[in-house]
Design a binder for this molecule. Structure first.
Ligand code: FPP
Length: 256
């Protein structure tokens, strides 16, 4: 029985978020430069998008470039931006074929014009995609996103478009760049570190966290399915007790 067959189709995480870490170490261990690790990282992205579609995952968010990554050496930043433009342009026909809808979150204005153009084109061409939504977090950090949301909210309060007493969690969510996207159910971080690294801090409030030592360039469908199986073994209580969750499940079954 393949790992995909072992997955319970009724408990597929609707949204998986991934921190793709370990490209640099993967390259270093092979005596290659870091850019080579990122190139292999793109191969892994392609494989994981396909695998996620197979498993019927509806949203996949990948942390492709953080706000903090702007502090890397210029040549690495340039290589990553070039690689992304190249990959987006090359992959767009396949993304369309597979029914992928591409979205981005992050500080778009900071990106080079070439990257912005490639992204805009791919987003337009894939907007009808209905098998999965692939969200590229680019020039993204959660603290940046929350700060932007607060600024916008304060502006709307000043312009009388919003009353401060109407503020609630749902409304704040609508000011984030992930508006309309369900919160991730599962966060996967590759590369052995156990950190969130300024990624989707608000949206991950109740996500299950899964850490693996596998470097991102080595991450393949069997690793994704193992993470999904692990997710399915967890009891998601959202602050309730096990007894409450069991009763809810019994009631649900009785009402079928
Ligand atoms: C972290 O590994 C990885 C990144 C900063 C870049 C990830 C980007 C890609 C895989 C390209 C994606 C492109 C598209 C178009 C989706 P690291 O360099 O921090 O690795 P290390 O911790 O081993 O040094």
């Amino acid at each position: 029985m393949s790992l995909l067959e072992k997955i319970n189709n009724k408990r597929i995480p609707s949204h998986i978020a991934i921190i793709m870490d370990g490209n640099g170490r993967w390259a270093k261990e092979r005596g290659l430069n870091r850019a080579h690790g990122h190139q292999e990282g793109v191969v892994a992205v392609r494989k994981i998008v396909e695998a996620a579609i197979q498993a019927n995952v509806k949203f996949l968010t990948i942390y492709a470039f953080s706000t903090e990554n702007w502090n890397r050496p210029d040549d690495e930043v340039d290589a990553l931006m070039e690689l992304m433009v190249h990959a987006i342009v090359k992959e767009t026909p396949d993304l369309i074929k597979q029914g992928v809808r591409l979205l981005t979150i992050g500080d778009y204005e900071r990106l080079p014009n070439k990257t912005k153009t490639a992204l805009k084109e791919c987003i337009t061409q894939t907007e009808e995609g209905s098998s999965i939504t692939l969200i590229l977090a680019l020039s993204y950090s959660s603290k940046w996103e929350i700060t932007q949301a607060v600024k916008k909210m304060m502006g709307d309060i000043q312009n009388n478009q919003l009353k401060s007493e109407d503020l609630n969690e749902e409304l704040l969510s609508d000011y984030l760049s992930t508006k309309g996207i369900p919160d991730p159910d599962l966060l996967i971080r590759t590369g052995g570190e156990k950190r969130i690294s300024n990624f989707l801090l608000w949206q991950l409030a109740y996500a299950e966290l899964y850490f693996t030592d596998t470097y991102w360039p080595d991450f393949r469908e069997e690793h994704l399915y193992k993470a999904i199986c692990n997710f399915q073994c967890r009891e998601r209580r959202f602050g309730k007790t096990s007894e409450q969750i069991e009763k809810e499940q019994r009631d649900k079954l009785n009402n079928l």
